[in-house]
Design a protein around this ligand. Sequence first.
Ligand code: C5P
Length: 234
Amino acid sequence: MTEISENKAPVLTIDGPSGAGKGAVSAVVAERLGWHLLDSGAVYRAVALAAIDREVDPGDDDALTRLCADLDLTFEPGADGISVVLDGRPVDERLRSEAVSIMASKVASRPPVRRALLGLQRSFRQPPGLVADGRDMGTVVFEDAPVKVFLDASVEVRARRRHKQLKEKGESVKFSRLFRDLAERDRRDRDRAVSPTVPAADAVVIDSTELTLDEVVGRLLDLVEARLGREKEN
Ligand code: C5P
């Protein structure tokens, strides 16, 4: 089922807006398939964190280009899965703050940043396969992926999930503010000129509003099985 076509490892792309459950779903599916995992949001968040720390203006393309060229970013196995290491230090906690979320969606709208991060993201495509979580995995980064999914959910449900996550981490954010910021971030991600968050023409759209994590995982595994099983027969 994980046979490699045209010398390229298969990719399952999982795109969609924040809080649709992509992170949890991708981690479980990658584990079940024994495939690699790319959390492309973490790549944009790392650039955002570096921009905040170095006081780079998210509107200054030249400074952002230099920042990306100098980026010392690695993904290393850690106690709780993969750890994001920036300039030699694990930054997982800081990456998930609201300030970084907002900055990430700003730097992600800049074309030089998106171009600079393409090679790094594509380098994750290794046998036996890759689960790629993001916004433009199926439309741009892995356009030729054999299996593409767009995971959606209502803004209300996504804001509730995010609120719960932040509360569990001890970060207190008002729900009304979170809802507004999420809707704003969605708008910026969806309406931007480069790589907007939209389903690829050949993506299967799944609305997770009424589904459990296990149900979504089950659907994705069925899709991979059906698609790659068919490829193997041909
Ligand atoms: O998925 P996550 O919330 O971690 O992503 C943070 C931000 O990074 C998103 O709001 C989006 O602006 C940006 N992003 C992107 N393209 C991706 C992944 C994330 O533009 N493939």
